[in-house]
Write a protein that binds this ligand. Structure first.
Ligand code: SAH
Length: 505
């Protein structure tokens, strides 16, 4: 029997990926095809299955990549082909999302669908601006209203007098362009012109902006400040609560754009920390981590693991790739039963714990020199040591250990290669001065980013450069670049702290 197709009509929420539901994420992971539009945040679209076909159907007021009937037809066609389709929409699919219309077309075609409700911008964008749509003693009701309908048209379906006088909080979606007409209509129907009002643009995202005004002045203020869609327009006394409830745009890095240069697989930890502090992050995967081309040395070492007194791992990636090789050889962590394990720092040690290994040695400072010194007291001449690390790395560690009489086998656990998919976004952010900090987490991220930027590398002089530690900092200086921010603890946490301190000054 042919596979039965199905369409999930999914609400992606207002933007913050953390507001995506678990069910929505699951649907993205299992879908054969993802059909998404302009309000779906790229960080959410990125949860999609790697093999899924991605179809962008646009939908920015005047700039539709595909008309609604074309979208309906597309969904019917895909489901008829037996595909699992994730139809991703901003906010909630049934709050001015046309999810109902798409579902009716599927029902007509005899095809199954499911609704996956999402967090609507009507409530969430307000909440991120410090405005609760209801509040004890302030508002006991709210309405979500389309702002798309021209209120002066005789055929308007909106009950203006009812809204103006009977509902405490009004939230208009798609209303920025009609804000003058909406406000006039409400005032004409009995809502006082002094009623507090707010316009919240790109709510829940790092580029959120909020305009606080009154019903009478809203239209003029929108023109004056150049506020554009997508934004919600909130009318009601709850807007005054912002003075006590503001939280999101108070965050220390709110409004700052930070460039994170790490390998794709690694960027997420630093990105998550910076985003939690309110920053907008541009991930530039200036390096990509790949297994080594030649694994002969690694395989030979693993086959003879018990001959090593020590195994040294110098990064979390090194840990992952080492164990990948170990597992590929049909072994597991027990292969290390006669070997002590040294980690260069806390992140490496933590990664080791995932494989059930507690590091025997972690130096108090996380540099190769410190590790070598810490090991000096532990080893005796003739000890065999296995150092599994990146292909390109400094030689200090093995040199020092050899001086101490150890036999050091250096094997390549992984290689880093230069790679940059979103170079244009990076260059634009650097040129416009929007990027305020560029972070570097290793010397190779420095050299790789310089390679990616090529003759545009002087753009880095326009921003503050943040280094994870002195070695990375020295690499920046060697390239004529000044280090504005340096982590005290050479970890992702330490780097985040240093950036926070820099802005606190
Ligand atoms: N289904 C969506 C609404 C779609 S209509 C929902 O439930 O949120 C599109 C309108 O939603 C926009 O014109 C704007 O008014 C509002 N909107 C969507 N995302 C928004 C955001 N992040 N910030 C502010 N308004 C947003």
């Amino acid at each position: 029997m042919a596979k039965q197709g199905k369409v999930y009509l999914i609400g992606a929420g207002p933007g913050d990926p953390g507001l995506l539901t678990l069910k929505a994420k699951h649907c993205l992971e299992i879908a054969d095809v993802v059909v998404y539009d302009y309000l779906a945040d790229p960080r959410i679209v990125a949860f999609s299955n790697k093999n899924a076909e991605m179809i962008y159907v646009g939908k920015q007021a005047a700039n539709h990549a595909m008309s609604q009937w074309q979208i309906n037809e597309l969904l019917v066609k895909l489901a008829n082909e037996g595909k699992i389709v994730a139809r991703l929409k901003g906010g909630d699919p049934l709050v001015f999302g046309r999810g109902g219309e798409e579902a009716i077309e599927l029902t007509k075609a005899g095809l199954p669908f499911e609704f996956v409700p999402g967090v609507t911008s009507a409530i969430a964008a307000a909440a991120y601006a410090g405005i609760g749509v209801t509040h004890r003693a302030v508002a006991t009701s709210f309405a979500v209203v389309t702002g798309h309908e021209d209120p002066t048209k005789p055929e308007s379906q909106i009950n203006w007098s009812g809204l103006a006088t009977s509902v405490d909080t009004l939230v208009f979606l798609m209303g920025v362009e009609n804000i003058e007409k909406i406000s006039k209509q409400l005032i004409a129907n009995g809502r006082p012109a002094e009623t507090p009002a707010a316009v919240v643009r790109w709510g829940t995202r790092p580029n959120q902006s909020t305009l606080i005004t009154t019903l009478g002045e809203a239209a003029a203020d929108v023109v004056r400040t150049g506020m554009k869609p997508p934004a919600i327009f909130v009318v009601g006394n709850v807007v005054n609560l912002r003075s006590q409830l503001q939280w999101f745009d108070n965050k220390p890095l709110f409004g700052k754009t930070v460039v994170v240069t790490r390998a794709r697989a690694q960027a997420s930890a630093l990105t998550a920390k910076l985003e939690a502090e309110g920053a907008r992050v541009i991930e530039v995967p200036a390096i990509k981590i790949v297994p080594p081309a030649d694994t002969t040395a690694m395989d030979a070492a693993i086959a003879d693991m018990c001959s090593y007194k020590w195994l040294i791992l110098t990064s979390a990636n090194g840990v992952d790739y080492f164990f990948e090789h170990l597992h590929a050889a049909g072994k597991d962590s027990r292969a290390l039963c006669c070997t002590k394990v040294a980690a260069i720092g806390s992140a490496t040690a933590k990664q080791l714990e995932k494989y059930g290994i507690k590091a025997d040695l972690v130096p108090s400072e996380y540099k190769a020199e410190d590790l070598a010194e810490a090991m000096a007291g532990e080893i005796t001449a003739g000890d065999k040591i296995l150092l599994a690390r990146a292909k390109v790395a400094r030689e200090v560690l093995q040199n020092r250990l050899r001086e101490l009489g150890a036999t050091v086998d250096v094997v390549v656990a992984y290689e880093t290669i230069a790679d940059c998919e979103n170079k244009d976004e990076l260059i634009e952010a650097l040129e416009s001065g929007e990027a305020s900090v560029v972070t570097f987490t290793s010397s190779s991220t420095v050299t790789n980013l310089l390679e990616v930027l090529g003759d545009k590398k002087d753009l880095l002089k326009k921003t503050a450069l943040a280094s994870i530690g002195p070695i990375t900092g020295a690499t920046l200086q060697k390239n004529g670049l000044e280090v504005a921010i340096e982590a005290k603890e050479y970890t992702i946490n330490g780097l985040t702290e240093a950036i926070l301190e820099y802005y606190a000054k």
